[in-house]
Design a protein around this ligand. Structure first.
Ligand code: E4P
Length: 218
C-alpha cells in the first residue's frame, strides 16, 4: 500500500516526506490554485519544486480538455521531470485517447475523475499507470465510495490489469483504513488524514507514563 499526499502545499509535502513514508504526490487544478500560483512559468516552477522534495511520482493535471491540447500540455509537463511527473488526465473520451497516446510512449499517466467500474476498466485498457476513483465525492452524493474501490480492485485482479487503483478524494483517516481493506494500491490523502493514522489516545497516555518512569530514573 502506497501513500501519496493530495496537496500542492510545499510545507505539507515536506512534512509528509520527513516522516519517511511518502511515496508520491497528487495535485489538481483546484489544489494548485489554492496555493495562489499564477501563470505557466510559476506553475512549472512549482511542479519542479514538488519533484525536488519527493522520491516518487508527482501527478500534474492538464488544463486542456481536448486531445491535441492534452497531448501538447502533457508532453511539456512530463519534461519538467521525466522520472517523476505523471500526467493526470480526466476520464473523458478525449482523456482516454490521451491516456492511450501517452502510455504507448511509455509515459506515466493518472486517469482521474473516475466514478464507475466502466470508467476504471477503460482507463486500464488505455494503459493508465494509475486510475483515481473519488471516494469522498461519491459519499457526498449518498453513494458508497469504498465499495467502488473494492469493485475496481476485483475487476482489475480478475482481468490481470496492471493499472494501480489510487483511492482519491479521501476525506478522513477512516477512509484510508477502509481503502486499505478494500485492496487499493495507493491512497492519496490530505496530511491531516495521514497523521490521523499515527495518533491514538492510548499511545499518548502510554508515552506519558513511560516518560514519567524514565524521568524518575535520572
Ligand atoms: C486526487 O487526485 C484528486 O484530485 C483529489 O483527491 C480530489 O479530492 P476532493 O474530492 O477532496 O477535491
Amino acid at each position: 500500500m502506497k501513500f501519496f499526499i493530495d496537496t500542492a502545499n510545499l510545507e505539507q509535502i515536506c512534512q509528509a516526506q520527513a516522516l519517511g513514508i511518502l511515496d508520491g504526490v497528487t495535485t489538481n487544478p483546484s489544489l494548485m490554485a489554492k496555493e495562489g500560483i499564477k501563470g505557466k512559468e510559476n506553475i512549472f516552477k512549482h511542479y519542479k519544486a514538488i519533484c525536488d522534495i519527493v522520491d516518487g511520482p508527482v501527478s500534474a493535471e492538464v488544463f486542456a480538455t481536448e486531445f491535441k491540447g492534452m497531448t501538447e500540455e502533457g508532453e511539456e509537463l512530463y519534461q519538467i521531470d521525466p522520472n517523476k511527473i505523471t500526467i493526470k488526465l480526466p476520464c473523458t473520451q478525449e482523456g482516454i485517447k490521451a491516456v492511450k497516446y501517452f502510455s504507448d510512449k511509455g509515459y506515466r499517466t493518472n486517469c482521474t475523475l473516475i466514478f464507475t467500474v466502466g470508467q476504471a476498466l477503460l482507463a486500464a485498457k488505455a494503459g493508465a499507470t494509475f486510475c483515481s476513483p473519488f471516494v469522498g465525492r461519491l459519499d457526498d452524493i449518498g453513494e458508497d465510495g469504498v465499495s467502488l474501490i473494492e469493485e475496481i480492485v476485483s475487476t482489475y485482479r480478475y482481468y490481470g490489469f496492471k493499472t494501480e487503483v489510487l483511492a482519491a478524494s479521501i476525506r478522513h483517516t477512516n477512509h484510508i483504513l477502509k481503502c486499505i481493506q478494500a485492496g487499493a494500491d495507493v491512497a492519496t490523502c490530505p496530511l491531516k488524514s495521514i497523521l490521523g493514522l499515527i495518533d491514538h489516545p492510548l499511545t499518548t497516555k502510554g508515552l506519558e507514563i513511560f516518560c514519567k518512569a524514565a524521568e524518575s530514573m535520572k
